[in-house]
Design a binder for this molecule. Structure first.
Ligand SMILES: Cc1cc2nc3c(=O)[nH]c(=O)nc-3n(C[C@H](O)[C@H](O)[C@H](O)COP(=O)(O)OP(=O)(O)OC[C@H]3O[C@@H](n4cnc5c(N)ncnc54)[C@H](O)[C@@H]3O)c2cc1C
Length: 482
């Protein structure tokens, strides 16, 4: 084997000796992949095809000892480290150029204790793995809306989905975690044990250690819920979006109604003449009884003269996969996101303008309705400061041809800038792109200083820096890190 180039924490290029790679490979249960291996191309692929990075080594971790061995190797070599869960983050930090990737995707176990209504989840589990296991017992916890997203990254950044208005964010349902910190220690983080680490990982991302297990609280959901889509022609956008905005201020916590402004996909319940035309989509789910859901959602059908609807009793786990085809891996993606505490008419007008000027058929303006239980948690109780966000907008730039990179990115950035005066100023770290490092501090607002202290305590050398990075607080003059 040839010597391998890698990048150090100081951004130097160094070589790792084949004998050292061999020694590492012998300690990692799932093996180590390099560019010389046939598995390398597939193993370095992530959801966002716009990110194309070539790591030096990919360590397929299957347990805590593997993570400890990989971190020890990186420490000894001063090697950059990235951590991969489901590989969905838009910024693509799961795979670092010239880095050692700790690939957790082989650890997909989900163990449900139905009597206690808890689940222990391994860090490579996808939302679909979790939903299937929990729904076998009629249970669930708030996670995202796309079954191929990783539980790990989503939870570490906050995590919201159809259940968040009723049961809070993913982090509000996290009761503990096992974390291997960069010094190699395996720590149990919970309200009773390592409470500061437990606080930091509930929104502070992968900045503090590598999580090898997540413990969640579960809730009875489904197995059938009332859910589906209602679609209006774009000519009625001003009217139906205002009706939606007013309706969402009153809706019960069980009901979440999200809107998407985009070109109509060829859905069978829509007239063929509307396919490919601009439309306003309302996607909704009610997590209570099907009858209560039908009653609560009825006004959404009355916002205007709809093009079509597909609403009714649906298995919860099935609805969690409903948007997978629109969010399949393999496209180039560039997103820009804002939090809103309210959406005024001018903001709706800007969103409509952006939708009609979208540079491609897969580009869309997406707005999730939040509030409810997630908004009743104090802003300092977890790092997720945006508790006043009643809506999170994402400008989804999505395209296939690299020649369109600049066009789509410009559209997303322009839309973001136009909507900034209407937004809260916080952001959601799980939606930040690779060029938004400067938004990290603002996204955490008043919680950032405490996160920096936690970073100094658990990762003083900022070994875990290939992420939405929180810089360690400076050591007090004359002192090392505590
Ligand atoms: C199609 C799509 C739909 C989405 N829908 C939602 C949604 O409904 N709700 C929502 O809240 N978010 C949503 N997101 C955003 C999502 O929360 C983030 O992309 C999240 O980071 C995905 O987690 P992952 O494990 O798949 O990502 P990865 O890219 O694997 O990980 C992201 C980062 O998390 C850290 N990390 C991952 N695993 C570990 C670990 N074990 N230990 C320490 N650090 C780790 C690393 O820093 C890594 O760079 C969506 C994203 C996509 C692409």
């Amino acid at each position: 084997m040839q010597s391998l180039n890698y990048l150090t924490l100081d951004k130097d290029v160094r070589q790792v000796r084949p004998a050292d790679v061999q020694a590492l490979a012998e300690r990692i249960s799932g093996g180590v992949i390099t560019a010389a291996d046939a598995a390398y191309e597939e193993a370095r692929k992530i959801w966002n095809a716009g990110v194309d990075r070539r790591p030096a080594l990919i360590a397929r971790c299957m347990n805590e000892a593997d993570v400890q061995a990989a971190l020890a190797f990186a420490r000894a070599q001063r090697m950059l480290v990235s951590v991969r869960g489901g590989g969905h983050h838009i910024a693509g930090n799961a795979v670092g150029e010239g880095a050692l990737v700790l690939d957790m995707s082989g650890m997909r176990g989900v163990e449900v204790d139905a009597a206690r209504r808890t689940a222990r989840v391994q860090p490579g589990a996808l939302l679909g793995d979790f939903d299937r296991a929990a729904q076998a017992h009629g249970l669930a916890t708030p996670l995202g809306i796309n079954s191929t997203t990783g539980v790990a990254g989503l939870t570490l950044g906050g995590g919201f989905g159809w259940l968040s208005r009723k049961y809070g964010l993913s982090v509000d349902n996290l009761t503990g975690a096992t974390v291997v910190t960069p010094d190699g220690q395996v720590r149990t983080a919970s309200a009773q044990s390592e409470p500061e680490l437990f606080w930091a990982i509930r929104g502070g991302g992968g900045n503090f250690g590598v999580v090898t297990a997540f413990d969640f609280r579960l809730h009875p959901v489904g197995p059938e819920v009332y859910a589906g889509l209602v679609v209006y022609p774009f000519a009625q956008a001003a009217k139906v979006l205002r009706a939606w905005r007013d309706f969402t201020t009153e809706a019960p916590d069980e009901l979440s109604v999200w809107t998407v402004l985009r070109k109509a996909p060829p859905l069978p319940f829509l007239p063929a003449s509307s396919h490919g035309q601009d439309v306003v989509v309302f996607a909704l789910m009610h997590c209570g009884s099907v009858e209560a859901g039908e009653r609560a959602a009825a006004p959404v059908l009355q916002f205007g003269d709809m093009l079509g609807s597909h609403l009714g009793p649906t298995p919860y786990a099935g609805f969690q996969t409903a948007f997978d085809p629109l969010l399949a891996p393999g496209s180039r993606n560039y997103w820009k996101s804002h939090n809103f505490s309210r959406i005024d008419d001018a903001a709706l007008d800007r969103m409509m303008e952006a939708a009609t000027s979208a540079p491609g058929p897969e580009c869309e303006i997406f707005v999730a309705q939040l509030g409810g239980a997630m908004g009743r948690v104090g802003a300092a109780e977890t790092p997720f400061v945006g508790r006043d966000a009643r809506y999170i907008m994402n400008v989804h730039g999505r395209w296939a041809d690299p020649a369109d990179d600049a066009k789509v990115r410009d559209w997303a950035r322009r839309t973001f800038t136009q909507l900034a005066p209407h937004a809260t100023g916080n952001g959601y770290v799980n939606f930040l792109t690779e060029d938004e490092g400067e938004r990290v501090a603002a996204s955490y607002g008043q919680n950032y200083a405490r996160l920096q202290q936690a970073k100094r305590r658990f990762d003083p050398d900022n070994m875990l820096r290939l992420n939405l990075n929180i810089e360690p607080a400076a050591a007090p003059a004359g002192k090392g890190a505590s």
